[in-house]
Design a protein around this ligand. Structure first.
Ligand SMILES: Nc1ncnc2c1ncn2[C@@H]1O[C@H](COP(=O)(O)OP(=O)(O)OP(=O)(O)O)[C@@H](O)[C@H]1O
Ligand SMILES: [Mg+2]
Length: 261
């Protein structure tokens, strides 16, 4: 089971859209996928058609020890794709865990219990909130790798340096095995010179860590969540869906190369 945390402290850069559609594309080729929604906004849950009323246990319960991962898992409409939903309680995790000396290891410990119960997933994608809070640190400590969606816009590089510093910090102490899975450029607009500038700058800086696949700005990607569907089911032929299918292929290729090495 490979655990990939989708993180960027900046809001609205495409974390949730990436978790949902990458997860769906992986599930479509037969991988068993779990999305863990770590955001109090619960956008990944809503975007996968899980209504707030249907969220019995959430990632919050897992983090504060009021439920196991197994108890919190719900199916989605997508075959092979399950979710542990997020809810507004997640906003209180920081306060709840404030005095707990193990506060950064809560998810890691929950994953250990989950793995020990046997039947697990091939891939877990953790959708993080837009902050470097205790929840995000937990997600990085529990993960094998971090996938960073980066919006092609002004100041993207500053945001990128900050998230890479945080990953380095986690690696130097809490989780020495944490890898950077890759950086994916999102909301790319070919009519905007800035998009190209950012893409070139990030590729110069990070080289092959940046996925070849670029996610274009595409209105279908933003419409799909209001139908409770991944874009890949809502309109599998739109440019956004096609890009996420390509991204999944690239990710699997990298994993194969990693395994071979
Ligand atoms: N490639 C895209 N083209 C057009 N719209 C997009 C694209 N990617 C995401 N969006 C839209 O932009 C908004 C922000 O995307 P998303 O929710 O995925 O970002 P996020 O990083 O998860 O945000 P937050 O930090 O609030 O959790 C959403 O309304 C989403 O539908
Ligand atoms: Mg989000």
């Amino acid at each position: 089971m490979r655990v990939i945390t989708v993180a960027n402290q900046k809001g609205g850069v495409g974390k949730t859209t990436t978790a949902i559609n990458l997860g769906t594309a992986l599930a479509a080729v037969g991988r068993r996928v779990l999305i863990m929604d770590c955001d109090a906004q619960g956008n990944a849950s809503t975007g996968l058609g899980v209504e707030p009323g249907a969220r019995d246990k959430s990632t919050y319960d897992v983090l504060v020890g009021e439920g196991t991962m197994r108890e919190a898992i719900l199916p989605t409409k997508v075959p092979n794709l399950d979710i542990i939903p997020g809810d507004e309680n997640l906003a209180g995790v920081e306060t709840m865990l404030h005095n707990d000396p193990r506060k950064n290891f809560k998810l890691k410990e929950a994953f250990e219990v989950f793995r020990a119960t046997g039947d697990v997933y091939d891939t877990v994608l953790i959708d993080c909130p837009p902050s470097l809070s205790t929840v995000t640190v937990n997600a990085m400590v529990a993960a094998n790798a971090v996938l960073v969606p980066l919006q092609c816009e002004f100041l993207a590089m500053e945001g990128l340096s900050q998230i890479l510093r945080t990953i380095e910090l986690v690696r130097s102490g809490l989780n020495p095995n944490l890898e950077v899975q890759g950086v994916v450029l999102t909301m790319y607009d070919k009519r905007n010179n800035l998009s190209d500038q950012v893409a070139n700058e990030v590729r110069t800086y990070l080289g092959s860590k940046v996925y070849q696949t670029v996610i274009p700005r595409n209105v279908r990607l933003s419409e799909a969540p209001s139908f409770g569907l991944p874009a890949i089911l809502y309109d599998h032929k739109c440019t956004g869906s096609e890009a996420y299918i390509m991204l999944a292929q690239e990710l699997m290729q990298r994993e194969r190369e990693r395994a071979a090495a």
